[in-house]
Design a protein around this ligand. Structure first.
Ligand SMILES: *Cc1c(COP(=O)(O)O)cnc(C)c1O
Length: 337
């Protein structure tokens, strides 16, 4: 039995999902004639109370498109130092949009409205023009932490007062919604654009969706084309997304429960210094300084258990759809051995 906890992206489509994909009605999406893509986009737009949605091959492309929609070259986006758009999108913000990131020194990838206010550049020509605030929920590098929605609303007010766009990288928004009992509508009310991943906790093989209202979204399809993200009979992929929306959202609470269990077990081990609070499906922990990180990871790998290093002596485990109860029992006993 192989236990792969490196990411929630390692899942493979279930039988039900594969069946839905094989039965999809498709057409050429470049002509906007793929009925399944159109259905997925309409459904996700409605969920968030937005008029438009666009299907993307990756979350990175959806975020990069959002950055381009909200900014002009030379502008600045305010985001956390842990932000995916800053750390894990290959410098795309500068390459694709010619913008820089003003990094906030937040806590587990989250920050306060007061820090946003400090980060907005004055309106003088020699400053970069601040045009966008971007946050991530749940935070990836922050260990699956969930934002306090009141803080998000306060930041939204600041954005309005300062004429700034507000983008949510919601790659794992589904985990936050389930964990905090929040709704897609409340997020749609606050953000101008939201990117959501179907390929993480929801278990699809591919796909992200960007939502927003028509005024900002009207250029999104052109930008996606410039990035080379136009697709043809993509309905086979969109069908997986529709299936996941019906079948794989509520069950995320099982991933969260298992992640909590892992966190509790790790806390008992003398070789572990700290375990970050587990709120969703990500567990980040730190070994004692005298424990060799590579040896620890290798010892687990020898037992067919795979986890990844996040740098700075931090290790990460992510629970997901393909992480079964049997694997969970085996992992917990392997950790305690
Ligand atoms: C995974 C992820 C993305 C997008 O990833 P892709 O691999 O490009 O689909 C964006 N933001 C966050 C926070 C993520 O975890």
């Amino acid at each position: 039995m192989t236990i792969d906890l490196r990411s929630d992206t390692v899942t493979k489509p279930t039988k039900g999902m594969l069946d839905a994909m094989m039965q999809a009605k498709v057409g050429d999406d470049v002509f906007r004639e793929d009925p399944t893509v159109n259905e997925l986009e309409k459904r996700i737009a409605n969920m968030f109370g937005k008029s438009d949605a666009l299907f993307f091959p990756s979350g990175t492309m959806a975020n990069q498109t959002a950055l381009k929609l909200h900014t002009n070259p030379g502008d600045q986006v305010i985001c956390d130092k842990y932000a995916h758009i800053y750390n894990y999108e290959s410098g795309g913000a500068s390459f694709n949009s010619g913008i820089s990131c003003k990094l906030i020194d937040g806590n587990r990838g989250m920050f306060k409205a007061a820090q946003v206010l400090e980060a907005i550049n004055p309106d003088a020509y020699y400053y970069s023009q601040t045009s966008l605030v971007e946050i991530e929920n749940t935070t990836n590098k922050g260990g699956g932490a969930c934002w306090d929605f009141n803080e998000i609303e306060t930041i939204k007010t600041l954005c309005d007062e300062n004429n700034l766009g507000f983008h949510l990288d919601g790659a794992r928004i589904w985990n936050a919604l389930v964990s905090k009992n929040e709704t897609t509508q409340q997020y749609g009310n606050v953000f101008d654009t939201i990117s959501v991943c179907l390929s993480k906790g929801l278990g699809c093989p591919i796909g992200s969706v960007l939502v927003g209202d028509s005024e900002i979204m009207k250029k999104a399809i052109r930008i996606r084309k410039i990035f080379g993200g136009n697709m043809r009979q993509a309905g086979y992929l969109a069908a997986a997304g529709l299936y996941a929306l019906d079948n794989h959202i509520e069950r995320l609470s099982e991933d969260h429960k298992k992640a909590k269990g892992i966190g509790e077990t790790l806390t008992k081990l003398s070789i572990i210094k700290t375990v970050e609070p587990v709120e969703t499906n990500i567990v980040i922990f730190q070994l004692n300084p005298d424990v060799n990180e590579t040896a620890f990871v290798q010892k687990l790998a020898d037992k067919n258990i795979y986890i990844i290093s996040m740098g700075s002596n931090k290790l990460r485990m992510v629970t997901h759809l393909d992480y079964t109860d049997a694997m969970h029992d085996k992992l917990l006993s392997a950790l305690l051995e």
